[in-house]
Design a protein around this ligand. Sequence first.
Ligand SMILES: [Fe+2]
Length: 217
Amino acid sequence: MNLERERQLIGRMGQRLPEARDLRDFYAHGEVVSRLAVLVAQELGMSEEFCREIEIAGMLHDIGKLELSDVIYGNSRDILAVERSKYVRMHPALGIDVLRKEGVYSEEVISFIANHHENFDGTGYPYHLEGEDIPYGARILRVCDVFAALVSNRRYRAAFSVDTAIEMMIDDVREYDMKVFLAFLKVVYSEEFGEVRKLIERALQQDAEDAAKETAK
Ligand SMILES: [Fe+2]
């Protein structure tokens, strides 16, 4: 399936990002979430239409963050950490406005994105929804998003291995829809996961190349 339109939207909005690397990470994270979410949806027996919607939502789930590029990605010392996290918490809702303006995205896609930080036990944000009040697609995105973040490098820590990431997620399993989580585990240990693993490894490889260039400077 094709995500050209979504890539263009990210490219357009990502122009304000301070570093080219941030944009690359944004694509890479979206790709992993999108691919993995489709596999989980297929494992759950969802329709083709649903799978297409979750594929798009996976790619664009953090689009609201690009509206806040300066505060989220910038290094401004004027912004306190607590303030920054308040802004970060706005990004799922900001995604709604961005996608409505585009005029081509279904309300399903928009609702998956708006709710991708809600937790099954009600501890998520921004609406503090619980259980089945959270759209199904958002429950799938939640699991895939957390996993994709754990297996990638962050500014403040190195990537965790797939096995460690899963152990960490099991510790917080109350945050996930158990049916979705079990389908996700099945996918991770399936042959199809190979394509997701390749995307994860490619991103780590690029980070390593960047680090090597930095030290060579
Ligand atoms: Fe997010």
